[in-house]
Each structure stands twice: as C-alpha cells, then as structure tokens.
Write a protein that binds this ligand. Sequence first.
Ligand SMILES: Cc1cc2nc3c(=O)[nH]c(=O)nc-3n(C[C@H](O)[C@H](O)[C@H](O)COP(=O)(O)OP(=O)(O)OC[C@H]3O[C@@H](n4cnc5c(N)ncnc54)[C@H](O)[C@@H]3O)c2cc1C
Length: 325
Amino acid sequence: MALEFGLGYQPQEIYDVIIIGAGPAGTTAAIYTARGGLKTVVLYRAESDGALGVTQKIENYPGVKGPISGYELLTIMREQAKSFGAEFVRGKVIATDFSGDVKKVFTIDGREFSGKTVIVASGAMERTNKFKGEDEFLGRGVSYCGVCDAAFFKDQPVAVVGDDDYALEEAEFISRFVSRLYFLVPGSKIKAREELVKELEEKGNVEILRRHRVIEIKGDKTVEAVRVKDVEAGEEKDLAVNGVFIFLGGTKPSVDFLMGQVEMTGDHCIVVNEEMMTSVPGVFAAGDVLCTSIKQAVIAAADGCKAALAVDKFLSGKAKITSQW
Ligand SMILES: Cc1cc2nc3c(=O)[nH]c(=O)nc-3n(C[C@H](O)[C@H](O)[C@H](O)COP(=O)(O)OP(=O)(O)OC[C@H]3O[C@@H](n4cnc5c(N)ncnc54)[C@H](O)[C@@H]3O)c2cc1C
C-alpha cells in the first residue's frame, strides 16, 4: 500500500525509531532508545494531552514525591528524554504505511516521517460516540482539525467542542480567523492548564459555555446551527454557526491511524507478543493503547521500556533483549 498525500513534503531523514505519543509509555521509550544511541523522534498531539497530561494530581509515581500535576511529571520525563537527544515534535498522526522496511508516519499538517521502527504509544482516549449530524456534515462544516480548516471559516461564527489542552490550543488558533467562537464544555471543568483557559477567556470573540452538551448539528447543504443543552438550566437552544470543530476524548484506544495494518482485538486493542512487537515486524506498541487491565503511569512507563529494548534488539539483530545499565 503506497499512500500519496501530494503536499510536497520531503522526508529529511530516516529515524531509527518513530514514537507516536508523548505520555509515560512513549516518553520512557524515548529515554531508553535515545540513551541507547538510537535516532529517536516522538510525535504528540498537544503538550498537556493524553491520560497523564489531563491528570490534575499524581502522587504514586515512584521517585517523584507528589502531589504534582500529570503535566509537571511529563515535563520532567520529557526533559530527561531530550537530554539524551530525543526529538519531540508536535503533530497529530493521521496515517501510517508499514508496507516497506522503512515505515512511514503522516501528520495532519502534511508532514511525513520515515523510520526503521515505530512504537505506538498513543493511549486510549478516543471518542466512542458521535453527535447527531456529525457524520452527515463531516467536511461540510464539521471538522477535527483547526490548522487544516479554520481559514475556511474566516469572519464566520463557529463552535468548538472540548474540555482539555488540545481543544483549547486548537480553539485559540481557530479564534484568529472566525467572527465568533462558542467554546462548548460538556461538564463544569476544563481539564487544561490555567494559563490556556485565561488566554482563551480574554479573547474578545470567544464565549466559553460550560455545562453545555451538543444535542445535534443541523443544516441543509452545510452546517447552519448547533443545538445545545444547558444542563444546569435544563434548557435547549440553537447557536447559529457555520462550523463545528470537535476535540473531545473518550476511552477507546487511539489507533485509527494504523488503518488496520496491525492485528487488533475486536475492541481496537493492539495485540503484541512478549517483546511488545505487533503483527508487523518492526512495529511495537506500549501503554494504555494495549488495553492493559491496570491503567497506571508506572505500568505504561514499564511497557515503554520493554518496547524500547525490543527495538534495540530488532535493529541490532541481537539474539535476545539486553538490559541497559
Ligand atoms: C483522570 C485520570 C487520572 C489518573 N490518575 C493516575 C494516577 O494517579 N496514577 C497513575 O499511575 N495513573 C493514573 N492515571 C492513568 C495514567 O494516566 C495512564 O495509565 C497513562 O497516562 C497511560 O500512558 P500512555 O503513555 O499509554 O498514554 P497517555 O498518557 O494517554 O498518552 C498518550 C499520548 O499519545 C498522544 N497521541 C494520541 N493520539 C495521537 C495521534 N493521533 N498523533 C500523535 N500523538 C497522539 C497524546 O498526545 C499523548 O502524548 C490516570 C488517568 C486518568 C485519565
């Protein structure tokens, strides 16, 4: 399978390992691969993203006396990985091509990364349910990408649905183009860094509506309104918008970009062997994306360590995995 994206981006170099996800699994893998001398790039969606990124307090991670926020813990881990030479590059992965010896990974902004191996550590925070009208108006007002589509809504009103760092960062970008932006938060809390919330609140064209659930996306040929329910007041109303950007999370493994190339269970959980390798040689997986029964940062980190050492074995042709001292 050869994927053509036609955006003219030429991959500059071939990495020893491309790690998808900068949570505890991906970042720990990067500490080990970079320290082991492997050219490592880590791709991630947003700074304070993923299960640990949205965790407000953690106090059971060994060696780090908390409570600290998940984002602070991740920052410490990422600094450690960077100190060994790992590159961290922001970019949502939307597609992969594992058909050749050199694996290809494509991000939403049209970049292409090439690697001899890949570790999938993208967690399990995808949505399971869709809104009424979401599929119908996809590409006709409904979007999952601010960078790609915000400019199409210049001087028009839009809604952005979400409650975390990723959603806020996207909303900030979209607000530069649109006339009005309704930021719809389903619950009472925004699980993001305070400074991001403040920055968005201070924008003149943004209205943050907490406890507002989307009921339906409506329109004719394109989106014309979003029907929302104010759950506190118990009232429903239509907001006139031309676009609806959706950045909500859930509990499904984040594996859409694998496009069925590796073996998975019926619940979209990646199947790996005892060395964390998937059904595709050279493609490994670690952390919550495996649907491990115990979802804890330390378990994800341990998975990341195992996957990294297995990558080293795969690339060097060693007979067995060797520990790193
Ligand atoms: C609210 C909450 C509280 C928790 N509290 C604790 C606790 O106190 N102690 C504890 O040990 N564990 C806790 N956990 C569990 C722990 O956070 C997870 O088990 C752990 O973070 C899983 O690590 P991971 O690296 O597999 O995935 P995540 O931490 O989910 O990281 C996934 C990474 O993948 C990236 N990603 C996803 N999709 C893409 C894509 N398409 N392209 C590029 N990058 C992508 C994300 O940006 C992120 O960097 C908590 C979880 C939650 C949700």
